[in-house]
Structures are given as structure tokens and as C-alpha cells.
Design a protein around this ligand. Sequence first.
Ligand code: ADP
Ligand code: MG
Length: 253
Amino acid sequence: MSNTIIEVKNLYKKYGDFEAVKHISFEVMEGEIFGLLGPNGAGKSTTLEIIETLREKTSGEVFVNGMNLDKEPNHIKRIIGVQLQTSGYYPNLNLVELINLFAGLYNEPTDPLILLDKVNLRDKAKAKYKELSGGQKQRFSIATTLINKPKIIFLDEPTTGLDPQARRNLWDLILDIRKSGTTVIITTHYMDEAEVLCDRVAIIDSGKIIAIASPDKLIDDLVATGFERPKEVKKASLEDVFIHYTGRSLRDE
Ligand code: ADP
Ligand code: MG
């Protein structure tokens, strides 16, 4: 059995009078890819940002790698990797300069080219952040989460707005990161993505967790209730057709 690396107990968050997160509890296991799924406004980002120490909770308890969020936020910061909002990058620095800047902030010796290799951006080493395509920007921002060699990385909708090739490329990268032993928490509203990537998912709606299990178990449970899709499902989807004709390789580099 694997160990619990994140424990969230009875987490509650109010913005003024508005209850964004309503007493949710869940655990994330070491080494898994855990998905928080939910429509816009469900409370996914709020939950992540509280665990990341970037946002205050109203009440509840959070433990990360055994450390209490209220008591040791700085220790927690050291073992997690957080994706910055894209606006957080200096647009006129190139990728090597940006990595060196972050490495300096973390006080973590880093070889920028090795890191860029990991996310398939070595040939963009001298490019400025603003010159990257959407998929490249996402890969770069994932690279920056890895600088401090974190035990856990947090990815908030990393594939929103990407084309199918860039999305698959990012899935491979996320699976690689997990293979190296890093725990991944990801939010998405693409269910195909959650099915491919996540060991377990929590479905969150209006600030409450409605279901939590592996994608397989959730699907089997629904089928067991007698649920059937309204019409015969074809063996391929339009996305399969698109990938069949256009291939998996990236076009934006
Ligand atoms: P999600 O990431 O699932 O889309 P969020 O956690 O961003 O959801 O937001 C949950 C709810 O809280 C939304 O209704 C949002 O409008 C509200 N909210 C988020 N941030 C703030 C804030 N700083 N002040 C007030 N309301 C907020
Ligand atoms: Mg969000």
C-alpha cells in the first residue's frame, strides 16, 4: 500500500458570504496522479491554491507530506511545484534566463538545458517565453514546477485550450513525471484526459465532493445502476479520426 501524501480534512472556504468549498475531505496517495474534476466555479482552483499555501482557508485541516499547513507552510512550499499563471513570466527573457532566474529564487542549482530536454524544448532555449506556442508555454511552465525537485506538483487545467496533438504530448510528459516518482494533482474538465491520466479522481460540484474513486470504478458503479448510453457507441470518436488523419506529432515547433 502506498502512503498518504496529502490529507485534506473538512476544508471550508468562504469568500465574503459565498461558500466556495463546503467541508471537503480527501487524501492523495504518494506517486499517484489525482484528478479534481468539476465544472467552472466548482472550487477546484480554490482547493489547490489552499493546499499550495497561496490562499487562506476559512477552516479545516491540511497535511502535506505529514506537515500541517498551518504550522509549516514554508516547509510545504519547499517540496511542492506550482505552475505560475502565464502572466508571471518576464516576457523578454529567454527560456534559459527564466530557468536561471527561478533556480536562483529556489536556491537550487539547475542545468537549464537538461530541464528543457525533459519537456522537449531544448531547441527553444534561446526563444523568449512570449514567442512560444500554447503547448510550448504549458510545457515550459511544467518545467519550472520541477526546478526544486518537488515531491508533488500541482497542475491547474494544464491542457485547456490546446489542440489534440499538444494535449497528448502533455499527457506523455505528465506520465513521465509521475514515472520518476512525483505525485501529480491535476484539474481538468476533459473527461477523456482524466480517464487516460488519473489513478483516482474526485468529482467536485458547487464546493462539494460528490464522488471519489478510480475512473474505472466510477464507470462500473454507474453501469451497475442500469445506466446505458442512449445510442450505440461507435468504436471510434471524431477525435480519433482527427488524430488518425493528422498524426500525433506536434506542429507548433
Ligand atoms: P474552479 O477552479 O473550479 O473553476 P474556483 O475555485 O476558481 O473554481 O472558484 C470557486 C468559486 O469561488 C467561483 O464561484 C468563483 O467565482 C469564486 N471565487 C474564486 N475566487 C474568488 C475570490 N477571490 N473572491 C470571491 N469569489 C471567488
Ligand atoms: Mg479553476
